[in-house]
Design a protein around this ligand. Sequence first.
Ligand SMILES: [Fe+2]
Length: 161
Amino acid sequence: MTDSSFACLSFLEDETSHLFELMIEKAEDTATSLLLDIILQETRKHRELLKHLSLVFEKGASVSSVECEKMGEWFTQALALTRAVKAGVESGMHVPEAARRLIDFEKGVGEEYVTQVHATLRASIQENEAVKTVLESIAEDEKGHAEILQFVIELAARHNI
Ligand SMILES: [Fe+2]
C-alpha cells in the first residue's frame, strides 16, 4: 500500500517509452519501426492514463526510482530490464535482440499487471470500477505488446534466411 503507485507506474511507462523511441530510431527496416511504433504510442497512452490516475488519487506525486522500489520486486526488475536493454541498444545491440530480451518480461507483466498493481493500492481504490477498467485496458495492451515483439523477432529471422 503506497500513495504513489500510479505515479511509479507512470514513471515506468515513461522510461519504457524512451526505450521504444530508441528502438524505432535504430530499427533496420520500416516494418520493424512501424510495429514498434504501435507499442510506443500505447506506452505513451499508458503513461498519460496513469498520470491522470495519480492526479486524481495521489495529488500527482512526483517520484524517483528509489521510492518506487516499494512497488515490489517485479517493478524493480522491470525498471532494471528497461534500462539495461536501452543501454544495450545504445551500445550497438540489434533491435530484434532487444525485442527478445523484453518479450518474456512483457508477457509476465501483461498477465499479472492487474494483480500486481492491485497489491499496491489502497482498498478504496482497488474497488473503484473506473480504476479497474483503466488497469484492465492497460493489461490487455501489454499482452498485445508481447505479440508485436514476437512478430519483430520473426521478421528478423525471416530476413536472415
Ligand atoms: Fe505499458
